[in-house]
Ligand binder design. Sequence first.
Ligand code: KIV
Ligand code: ZN
Length: 512
Amino acid sequence: MRTILIFDTTLRDGEQCPGASMNVEEKFLIARQLARLGVDIIEAGFAFSSPGDFVAVQRIGREVKGPVICSLARAKPEDIDSAWEALKTAHRPRIHTFLSTSEIHLRHQFRMTREQALERAVAMVRRAKGYVEDVEFSPMDASRSDPEFLYRVIEAVIQAGATTVNIPDTVGYAIPEEFGALIRGIREQVPASDRIVLSVHCHNDLGLAVANSLAAIRNGAGQVECTINGIGERAGNASLEEIVMTLRTRRDFFQADTRIATEEIYKTSRMVSGITGMVVQPNKAVVGDNAFAHESGIHQDGLLKERITYEIMTPASIGLLKSKLVMGKHSGRHAFRERLLELGYELADEDLNKAFRRFKRLADQKKEIFDEDLEVIVSEEVYRIPDTYVLHYLHVESGTDKTPIATVELLVDGKPVRETRTGDGPVDATYRTITAITGTRSQLVTYAVKAISGGSDAQGEVTVRIKEGDKTVLGQGADTDIITASAKAYLNALNKLAHRRRQAEQATGGGV
Ligand code: KIV
Ligand code: ZN
């Protein structure tokens, strides 16, 4: 039985999903959960790309024990140096550098000859090796590269010190049989390949990322790069939970498994979805709401007689237990803290107090509080960036015979500002009023509302996506009143934009 290494890139490639950007606190929280999940390597970010990413890589490297912590770096001296600067206090650091090898990329994007690319790849692997033993190299767009040139590059970077070589299907173009053959070809044609870990990194443009990764494993890949819920650039990356559960369920076929604690999968999926705002589709394999829901009478009948008639894995194997009724308004702080710990949230005293106060307020409005409610409380009270705009007052009137009208008061940098506007509906009136106060030029791209847990007193959770220039951000808000939840979601997105603007101004030494 081979052990396949799981390289999680949720915090790097996953974050490249439009609107899914995370702040340092959020990344740290996810990294700790990934360590509990048992991933072998965490790609914590791309240190050179922004001050936020640098700090995230540094903090995760210093504070998260267990997995190897990795930073991405282009094949450029400044990127490699910055990756090392961020990683030098890490317990188990890795630098991951990359350069394209396909003719399409070299000619049109990098304007380099093959020889120049080969030389640069070798030089940058050597530079990284001067800092750290564990160096990974990725020939980007490998699946569209000339295999003979690819073999040469791989042999050369191994001789220069690469310990892992990762083969990306950058644009999700490969077909499983073909991708498996490419991996086999590397194993057979690159003499030094038996000294390193051969890895794969597949994108999902044709919905084949998991199938391609599995074909690669069958043909000798020892590491797969993947993300929680399959989030990532464009159509995303191979989904960690699908690869892991396929290997676990079909060990007989693959003769391979991973070190993942599968009972942590569901919790991790929910955490990533909650923090990034990337909703998991109900029919998503393994972690979707319907993945273990049996609707047809024939299936239900079979299941009741014998589970294996229609279930190839158990909900418990991914940690999906019946949503627990946590507590009500008489529950104490101790029980509250214990339940949060079970959900993967270890909070400092001050944060715990904030979350507990919100829990008590909610318990006054809502009889039963579920795990899902607690997750929202933590993400809203603890892991939010500092707010420029705070909702202070909201009054909305609407009805079948009335033009909806909203009055909103926001605290803008601490000062109250009040406005009133009408709209096509109560949410529209509220959003127009908030737009008038904040003077935002952003556009609302999507708006979605769902109930968290069941019952007519359930909290409504609203997710919005807004766009300003080329920046897209997601905002989320929850409340037992969906108009208030809608206002909170819009403000959360506007606060993220304001925060980004402030960070950009600081990075360039002040505004214009
Ligand atoms: O998709 C890709 O090629 C990448 C590389 C940086 C590994 O993300
Ligand atoms: Zn990628």
